[in-house]
Design a protein around this ligand. Sequence first.
Ligand SMILES: NC(=O)c1ccc[n+]([C@@H]2O[C@H](COP(=O)([O-])OP(=O)(O)OC[C@H]3O[C@@H](n4cnc5c(N)ncnc54)[C@H](OP(=O)(O)O)[C@@H]3O)[C@@H](O)[C@H]2O)c1
Length: 295
Amino acid sequence: MKALIIGCNGLLGQNLLRTRPGPAWDLVGTGLEKAPALPESLSGYRSVDVSKRPELEAAIAAFAPDWIFNAAAVTDVDLCERDPALAGLINRDAVGWMAAAGIPMAHISSDYVFDGEAGPYLEDAPTRPLSVYGATKLESEKLALAHSPRSIIARTMTLWGRGKGSKTSFVDFVRDSLKAGKPVRIVTDQWGNPTLAEDLALGIWKLVEGGHTGTYHVAGSEWNSRHQWAEAIADHYGLDRGLIQSCLTADLKQTARRPLKSGLRTDKLAAATGFKPRDVGDQIRRMDEISPTSI
Ligand SMILES: NC(=O)c1ccc[n+]([C@@H]2O[C@H](COP(=O)([O-])OP(=O)(O)OC[C@H]3O[C@@H](n4cnc5c(N)ncnc54)[C@H](OP(=O)(O)O)[C@@H]3O)[C@@H](O)[C@H]2O)c1
């Protein structure tokens, strides 16, 4: 089986490559960069800007994959709010162009499809995005499922991990700040499930290999506030919790609205695959084991 990983240089993209279930899967990839971050994991690579439809379609035709995994997106939610045209092009329209090839797709969506009034959510809970990012992700779900009955949507949230060229994770930011004796201001009113990118990748592979279809939540098994997450990080590394100051989301004056009481329940994933993503402590232990610092 050949899988095309679109966005293979991003955090999830790199984790999809690293967690390939076995040699039966031949992986090819595309990314914005001239060269791939993990060349050893790929049998082919093309530089593709997914906002350029002919470029995208030419790559899909050239690789002729059995599956398309889409890990490319504009993930900066404030940028999406400021530039809805860009968000629409990459997070929605490009997904429609990929899906139109009629090849089964594994596409990634977000808890931002919900309004954050009643989380943690099951898959069939009513959606009501508060932001441009969330709206484009919701629209992309419909497009990704429209052309192949075998496609899956994996909704995830507060993804973290370490990858070549990836931005500093929340865990590393908190650890490094506290180690340096610097106070950090962390919101107490945003709730959700911190998710290790490796677990998202493992969950996606299990859904694909198991022949499951439709929408699944793939997120960490612990539900907490961002502030509690920071405290767990401090405790894990034996650092001073007293440096973690509290604030509210409204104090940050961010451009895009955030779902506050969010979170994703993974009962459906567990029932389908038996897979249980890690809790916060096991996530940090896993990253410390395979990559003690930022790559
Ligand atoms: N991060 C989160 O907390 C979070 C939460 C919920 C859902 N998700 C979803 O999970 C998926 C993976 O996210 P991630 O955290 O792995 O994001 P990421 O590390 O930012 O990876 C996204 C990749 O998409 C690429 N990309 C952006 N614009 C592109 C374009 N025009 N053409 C081709 N590639 C382009 C980026 O390239 P450059 O880096 O070179 O720009 C990057 O490699 C996304 O669908 C995201 O929406 C993420």
